[in-house]
Structure formats: structure tokens, C-alpha cells
Design a protein around this ligand. Structure first.
Ligand SMILES: O=C([C@H](O)CO)[C@H](O)[C@H](O)COP(=O)(O)O
Length: 213
């Protein structure tokens, strides 16, 4: 299996703070995620800014698209996004639209299973539609209610679908190696890095743990 990638979730609303945080953690991460609140606040110009500053990083735009998949995702791919997310709960037509936009730009679509009841069915249908990545995701509000992504990750990994698996939802130093062992290809880390006294040091720790797993 290819080495898992580390995705830094940039969840600030502030444009300059987002660029600053990306700069601090850049040596240790593979993907910059422009988080949903961040992209709603700052728009496509932030994609252009990160694309020009970090030509060697992958950029994921966490659109969490719910409708009009191709129409909504196209300008973000055109601005340099490597991956855009679409909600699994949106339905097959919307997912197919984002996959179409991704393919038109030589990029990838990630289906976010957040709040999907039938995660296995949605993951299978997404793979059938040609999605490249499925995201097992416990959102911030669900985390606050005590939920985690670990059981869902095992269920999805067990399917052996022809997709890469991303996992998000409170991943931190003490759990990052477990999710690698469970079959995650992309490890998303937000608060455990941006909430640390030294985000660069926290990102370095995560990198070491993933590489050693
Ligand atoms: O996607 C996310 C959330 O829905 C807000 O946009 C987070 O970026 C993702 O959950 C990763 O953050 P942590 O859970 O803090 O690691």
C-alpha cells in the first residue's frame, strides 16, 4: 500500500492566518484542506493563493457540495483544486456531477460520508460512479456529542473498494497510527495541529507517527 498522506484541515476563517498556518506546517503535510467554513468565507481566491504559494502540495477544497455538483465544483478545480468534496447525502446525480468536473480537470472527487445512514451502500455507489476517494468523517458537531470515525473506517476499509479512503474527525497523535493500521490512505488532522501551542511541532509529530506506523 502507498504511504498514507497527511491532510491538514485549515479551518480558520481568516485569509492571512490560513496562509500563515499552511506555511508553518507545509514541511510535514501532503494535502492542504481548505475547510468548509474557510472556503465559504474566503472563496476561490484562497485556492488561487495556496496554489501559487505551494505548487508541490495537493489542495483539497472541502465544498461539501449538496446540489449542482458539476456547476459548483468546476470553478474550484479550474482555480487549482486537486480534490473537491461532495456530500454522500446529496444523491447520485450530484456526486456524478462532481466526478465529471474532476475528470474534466484531471483531478479527483471525494465523497464525504458525513451523516449518511447507509455508509456502505453510499461508498459502493460512489465507487461505481468513478469517485476516487471516499471520506469517513465525524464532523465537529458530532465529535462534540462524543462520536468518532473509527468503527465506520473499519467497515469501509473491509469492503476493499477501488477507492482511496480518507478519515477525519478528531484524529490526533494518540490515534493516528490506529487509523493507518485500519486502512486509511489519507489522514485528516485539524484541531490537533491548529490547536496546539506549536502547530509546526504537532504536525512534525503526526508525520513521524504516520511514517513509523
Ligand atoms: O471537515 C471538517 C469539519 O467538517 C469542518 O469543516 C474538519 O476539517 C475535519 O473534521 C478535520 O478537523 P478535526 O476533526 O479537528 O481534526
Amino acid at each position: 500500500m502507498a504511504k498514507p498522506l497527511i491532510q491538514m484541515a485549515l479551518d480558520s476563517l481568516d485569509f492571512d492566518a490560513t496562509v500563515g498556518l499552511a506555511t508553518q506546517v507545509a514541511p510535514y503535510v501532503d494535502i492542504f484542506e481548505i475547510g468548509t467554513p474557510c472556503i465559504k468565507h474566503n472563496g476561490v481566491n484562497l485556492v488561487r493563493e495556496l496554489r501559487s504559494r505551494f505548487p508541490d502540495k495537493l489542495i483539497l477544497v472541502d465544498l461539501k457540495t449538496m446540489d449542482a455538483g458539476e456547476y459548483e465544483a468546476t470553478p474550484f478545480y479550474a482555480a487549482g483544486a486537486d480534490i473537491c468534496t461532495v456530500l454522500g447525502v446529496s444523491g447520485l446525480a450530484t456526486i456524478a456531477g462532481v466526478v465529471k468536473a474532476a475528470n474534466a480537470h484531471g483531478a479527483e472527487a471525494q465523497i464525504d460520508l458525513i451523516n449518511v445512514d447507509d455508509k456502505i451502500g453510499c461508498a459502493k455507489a460512489s465507487a461505481d460512479l468513478g469517485a476516487q476517494i471516499v471520506g469517513v468523517h465525524t464532523g465537529l458537531d458530532a465529535q462534540a456529542a462524543g462520536h468518532t470515525p473509527f468503527a465506520d473506517l473499519s467497515d469501509i476499509a473491509r469492503l476493499g473498494l477501488p477507492v482511496r479512503i480518507s478519515v477525519a474527525g478528531g484524529i490526533k497523535q494518540s490515534t493516528v497510527q490506529d487509523v493507518v493500521q485500519a486502512g486509511a490512505n489519507i489522514i485528516v488532522v485539524g484541531a490537533a495541529i491548529y490547536g496546539a501551542p506549536s502547530p509546526a511541532e504537532a504536525a512534525r509529530e503526526i508525520r513521524e507517527l504516520v511514517d513509523a506506523a
